[in-house]
Design a protein around this ligand. Structure first.
Ligand code: ZN
Length: 84
């Protein structure tokens, strides 16, 4: 998975966690709690596995979620050209 795709997936999963969380609070539905849990786990997996530098493979942490970041803070190589 490319970094740009991984970012989109992580943001989408975050939105899903919030959405299912709100539904769970309002409806007290166990299914909504389960879906929230699944979305949270999926978000964390994609975040830790795919938010990484395509050159050195270093996990980019929260900085990697910022689409404005141009260079890997660890090896200094461009993250942009691998994105497209
Ligand atoms: Zn790197």
């Amino acid at each position: 998975m490319k970094l740009g795709t991984a970012r989109i997936v992580v943001w989408s999963m975050m939105a899903a966690v919030v959405l299912f969380g709100l539904i769970a609070l309002v409806t007290q539905s166990p299914i909504a709690y389960i879906l929230m849990g699944i979305a949270l786990v999926a978000e964390l997996i994609v975040f830790f596995v795919f938010i990484k530098c395509p050159h050195c493979g270093h996990h980019l942490d929260r900085a990697g979620m910022n689409s404005e970041i141009e260079y890997c803070p660890f090896c200094g190589r461009s993250l942009k050209d691998q994105d497209e």
